[in-house]
Design a protein around this ligand. Structure first.
Ligand SMILES: [Mg+2]
Length: 149
C-alpha cells in the first residue's frame, strides 16, 4: 500500500505517468535515474557533484553478462553510488539505493556487509528510501567542512 504522497515530477514524464497509473512506488532503477537527474541539475551550482558516480553492480542481467562483469572486477554488494572525497572527518560517501517503500530486509547480506566495512573504514555509508532521500543525504554530506590538507 502506498503510505505517502509521491512527487512524480522527478521521474520524468514517462515514468510519472506509469507511476500515476500503477499507483505503486517507482522501481529502484527509476529512483537512481531521478537521483542522477538531480545531481546533473545542480552540477553548475555545486561543482563537486561532477564526482558523484554509480557503481554498475546491480539490476537484472543475464548470466553471461554477470559473469563478464564479475571477471572485470564488479563485486556483489558494493553500494550503488559513491562520492569519493572526504568531508567532515569522513573518508568518503556511499549510498545504497532502495525503493521508497524499502525495508532493512531489502538489503542483501553482501550489501549490509559492505556498508559496515565502509563505515569501519571511516566512510559515511548508508541506504536510502528513494532518490530524493539519497540526494538529501548527499547534500548534507557535501555541506560538511572539507578536510584540511
Ligand atoms: Mg540498490
Amino acid at each position: 500500500m502506498r503510505d505517502r504522497v509521491i512527487d512524480t515530477s522527478m521521474y520524468g514524464p514517462q515514468n510519472a505517468t506509469k507511476i500515476a497509473v500503477a499507483g505503486s512506488f517507482p522501481l529502484e532503477e527509476a529512483e537512481q535515474r531521478a537521483f542522477f537527474r538531480l545531481v546533473r541539475e545542480r552540477e553548475q551550482e555545486i561543482p563537486d557533484l561532477r564526482f558523484v558516480f554509480a557503481v554498475p553492480n546491480g539490476g537484472g542481467r543475464s548470466k553471461a553478462e554477470a559473469g563478464a562483469l564479475k571477471a572485470q572486477g564488479v563485486r556483489r554488494g558494493v553500494p550503488d553510488v559513491c562520492f569519493p572525497f572526504p568531508r567532515g572527518g569522513y573518508a568518503g560517501w556511499w549510498g545504497e539505493l532502495k525503493r521508497q517503500n524499502g525495508v532493512p530486509s531489502d538489503l542483501s547480506e553482501e550489501q549490509a556487509q559492505w556498508l559496515l566495512w565502509l563505515r569501519e573504514q571511516g566512510h559515511r555509508a548508508g541506504w536510502h528510501k528513494g532518490g530524493l532521500a539519497m540526494f538529501a543525504d548527499l547534500m548534507e554530506y557535501l555541506a560538511l567542512p572539507e578536510a584540511r590538507r
